[in-house]
Design a protein around this ligand. Structure first.
Ligand code: SAH
Length: 591
């Protein structure tokens, strides 16, 4: 007798995952999976698990087996065919500790093991060589941009096609700064030759059953409205609905209703918008009268101070939320209201990401999330290597060598300007002696910029040295490649005079070997010779080396151990060596 036979789903071709359980514990876990994914999971057997397993596998259904790996493999061995066509198989142990991707790792099992683990709290065990990072999940694709998945979208079928490397056609995805999809998904896959379609559109309409098509509605539309005092909500609502419907536009793609600020308390507009779940944005007449519209009206200008309300407000709000806007439904009228619809041109997205000083566990979870959110990653080859395993399948990588900073910054901004989701990466914090400044120098208001803070080399090094930054401190780069030495020396003097703890970046290279001793000399004129100094080379990396010494010893040859992979921290006159650690007290008397 079947443990649970959900006729609705069993008869539906979308039941994609067969769950096999033989024991009470296994059946309880199987029920949890069925409850979590009611549309996909079919719990297939109780009394003859072996038979159920074989029939699910032969029926080309993905399998989650609560039998041991050995038992599962023995049962399936005679049925094994080609790794490209066999369905994926995941085994979960009785105590739900491990979800092992046993067969078809690249064919969906790795991903299934991860999904199972999310529900059961187990650990996914993935043994395939590459592709340890899952592809961008379709159920949250574009969610942070406000995308809505159209009702009844065949997410499971499209997801399976995507993961198994079948051709998937992309429509309308190029305009939005979306995360990457594996390379088998592309805009040039022919409509009649694809296993699934992923479509981004603000247009309404039904989708054919084949190929399975997942439609996302992006929040690209703004409905502008104007109305006479006291207009009824029903009249406004009917006008908004027909403005969309007559132009074939999807209400799910509306991000807001826009109007004149004089109408901010117009109940008919407010409640029509509220009923549809749309925000209301209002603009003063002087912000609308400069918007170019196809049908301006002198009468309207005389009444409210702008020749257009509906069209101008729609265009204005859409342009504000994007990098440009166009009218897609010209003004229409009812007795007491007007409406028009504008579509925005989406803005690209540039994430400037600090990866931290080197160690993976000093890369923040947000940095990882943003890396996986980007479809294009730009950076120095050495950093790209450092994070290559984190990138989602389909990510485009633009690497360059040292010294091509400006070119890197320009190309990252250009990619974002073309609409992509770009990550520009750097070590430590990307805003500290790094790529954020040149990139933001080129970036205009037509792209969104997100900065992801990183652990700086100074923060990592000072934690290793003790607590040298416990009171006021300054950072000084000793590189005089782009800054004249006089300017650097002036700052070193100011820091010496101010008795700041000083953290030197770019302290010394083969060609620049006198600057650090010179800077230390200046500091030594203002603080004791036994002032503690720490330097850390390759902090948080495998060759990490931290040294605590004194200003006197640094001046007596100690600076020779310093190179460009080092940060140097010179204590203030109040800093002390306590048990081999540098401590700068929180409060002290000025001397
Ligand atoms: N954005 C980085 C700094 C880049 S400038 C940050 O926030 O830390 C390059 C300089 O940073 C190097 O010359 C060195 O002084 C320092 N640096 C970067 N990574 C380091 C590391 N792992 N160990 C020690 N110093 C490091």
């Amino acid at each position: 007798m079947p443990l649970r036979h959900d006729t609705e789903h069993a008869s539906n071709a979308m039941s994609d995952i067969g769950v096999i359980a033989a024991t009470a514990r296994g059946r309880r876990a199987a029920d949890r999976l069925a409850a979590a994914w009611p549309r996909e999971v079919r719990v297939v057997a109780a009394d003859s698990p072996a038979e159920a397993l074989r029939s699910a596998f032969s029926g080309n259904t993905a399998v989650v087996s609560f039998l041991a790996v050995g038992a599962t493999v023995r049962l399936l061995a005679p049925l094994l065919g080609d790794k490209h066509t066999d369905p994926p198989v995941v085994c979960v142990d009785e105590s739900l500790e491990h979800a092992v991707a046993v067969l078809g790792g690249h064919h969906g099992a790795n991903d299934l093991a991860r999904r199972v683990s999310e529900v059961l709290g187990s650990r996914p065990v993935v043994t395939t060589a590459s592709d340890t990072v899952a592809a961008t999940p379709l159920d949250s694709y574009g969610a942070d941009l406000g995308f809505r998945v159209a009702a009844d979208a065949p997410l499971a079928r499209a997801g399976a096609a995507l993961l198994s490397g079948e051709p998937v056609r992309l429509e309308g995805t190029g305009d939005w700064p979306l995360p990457p999809l594996p390379d088998n998904a592309a805009a040039d896959v022919a409509a009649n030759d694809c296993a699934a379609v992923i479509r981004v559109t603000d247009r309404a309409g039904t989708v054919p059953d084949t190929p399975p098509t997942v439609t996302y509605h992006p929040p690209s539309l703004v409905v502008g409205v104007g109305a006479a005092r006291g207009v009824a909500a029903e009249e406004v609502g009917a006008l908004l609905d027909s403005a969309l419907a007559d132009s074939g536009l999807a209400p799910e793609a509306v991000r807001a209703v826009a109007t004149l600020d004089l109408k901010a308390d117009e109940e008919g507009i407010l409640s029509a918008a509220r009923e549809r779940g749309w925000e209301v944005l209002t603009y003063p007449a002087h912000q609308l009268d400069s918007v170019e519209v196809p049908t301006p009206s002198e009468t309207v200008r005389e009444e409210v101070g702008t020749p257009s309300v509906a069209e101008a407000a729609a265009l204005r709000a859409a342009a504000e939320a994007g990098s440009g806007a166009e009218l897609v439904a010209a003004k229409r009228k009812s007795d007491n209201a007007t409406a028009a619809v504008a579509r925005l041109q989406p803005r690209g997205r540039l994430a400037v990401i600090g990866l931290g000083p080197g160690a993976r566990d000093l890369t923040t979870p947000r940095a990882v999330a943003e890396l996986q959110r980007a479809s294009v990653v730009v950076g120095l080859d050495q950093y790209l290597e450092q994070v290559g395993d984190l990138l989602r399948p389909g990510t485009r990588v633009c690497s360059s060598g040292l010294g091509q900073e400006e070119e890197r910054a320009r190309s990252a901004v250009a990619e974002a300007r073309s609409g992509a989701a770009v990550a520009l990466i750097g070590s430590g914090d990307a805003g500290v002696y790094a790529m954020a400044s040149p990139a933001l120098d080129f970036a205009g208001p037509d792209i969104d910029v997100v900065g992801v803070p990183g652990v700086t080399a100074a923060a990592a090094a000072s934690n290793l040295l003790g607590a040298p930054l416990g009171h006021d401190h300054v950072y000084i780069s000793l590189s005089d490649l782009h800054t004249p030495w006089e300017a650097i020396e002036r700052r070193v003097r100011a820091a010496a005079d101010g008795d700041f703890t000083v953290c030197f970046y770019n302290p010394r290279s083969a060609k620049r070997d006198w600057q650090l001793p010179r800077a230390l000399e200046i500091l030594a004129e203002h603080r004791p010779a036994d002032t503690p100094v720490g330097h850390v080379r390759e902090v948080s990396r495998s060759d990490e080396r931290a040294t605590v010494t004194t200003l006197a010893r640094m001046l007596d040859g100690g600076a020779d151990a310093v190179d460009m992979l080092t940060v140097v921290v010179v204590g203030s006159s109040a800093s002390r060596n306590v048990a081999g650690r540098i401590v700068t007290p929180r409060g002290y008397t000025w001397r």
